[in-house]
Design a protein around this ligand. Structure first.
Ligand SMILES: O=C1O[C@H](COP(=O)(O)O)[C@@H](O)[C@H](O)[C@H]1O
Length: 256
């Protein structure tokens, strides 16, 4: 198996969500045949939520033993616990509230109405990662990491031309003055995301086309953070045809 990046193009957002769902359910079942538990990292973007809704609506949903699936987040917005803008609120509504899963499998970031400051919340999530580290590693093994990408190239809450994208030591960063609201956020760092076995990037819409073209053409990750993302085994860009319009034909595999 190569760990090259693949770009898998689908006709539209609906076909994209259906394809990611089918692959996720199959992969999760296969991995759970091999191991006691798996770790999945979620994102909070529009396609990420749509995929979770599609998983929830799938007849194959209940073929997964969700009690052995641990959910983490690549980033979170620093707002109160039940706020609509929180990535975990959206994920719970879309899928997690509907599956049979012990609360200890859901590793959410702290919220702004907890008794923690933003920096303490970053440290608390770093400690949670450490507490669930696999074997000799300092981190859990992330089997599948879903990532979204903003039109500016940000992924998780790693924004262009900011110090956080270059962070090499910390596992979790506090983000202030984010160019996209809300201003305060928490994010896994690039090296943590890149420790994932498989990274599945989800991109839909014409507003993502130029940044996808730049990322695949070798832009620097400081300027286009998604360009610096690569999983250990495999990195797949699941995109619709609108997002793929600036990808060289030679890099594309079509799923329609
Ligand atoms: O703010 C965020 O944005 C990205 C991308 O979102 P999208 O709706 O433009 O796809 C998302 O992946 C991230 O989790 C979120 O916090």
């Amino acid at each position: 198996m190569t760990n090259d990046r693949r770009v898998l193009v689908h006709s539209d957002a609906e076909a994209l969500a259906a394809s990611i769902t089918a692959r996720f359910l199959t992969k999760a079942i296969d991995l759970l045949d091999e191991r006691e538990r798996i770790n999945v990292v979620l994102e909070g973007g529009r396609m990420g939520v749509r995929v979770l809704e599609t998983i929830n609506a799938s007849p194959a949903r209940d073929g997964v033993d969700w009690s052995r699936v641990h959910f983490w987040w690549g980033d979170e917005r620093w707002v109160p616990a039940d706020h609509e803008d929180r990535n975990d609120v959206k994920a719970k509504r879309a899928l997690l509230d509907h599956i049979d899963q012990p609360t200890e499998c859901v590793h959410a970031f702290a919220a702004s109405d907890s008794d923690l400051t933003l920096d303490e919340a970053a440290a608390a999530y770093a400690a949670e990662l450490e507490a669930h580290a696999d074997h000799d590693s300092a981190l859990p093994i992330f089997d599948i990491t879903f990532l979204g990408v903003g039109p500016d190239g940000h992924t998780a809450s790693l924004f262009p031309d900011r110090a956080e994208v270059n962070e090499r030591d910390a596992t979790v960063v506090a983000v202030r003055n984010s160019p996209k609201p809300p201003a305060e956020r928490l994010s896994l760092t690039r090296h943590v995301l890149n420790s994932s076995q498989r990274i599945w990037v989800e991109m839909s819409g014409a507003d993502k086309a130029s940044v996808l073209g730049l990322a695949l053409a070798g832009a620097s990750y400081a300027e286009v953070p998604i360009a610096g993302i690569k999983g250990r085994k495999r990195t797949v860009f699941f995109v619709d045809s609108a997002a793929a319009s600036e990808v060289p034909e030679s890099l594309i595999a079509r799923d329609y």
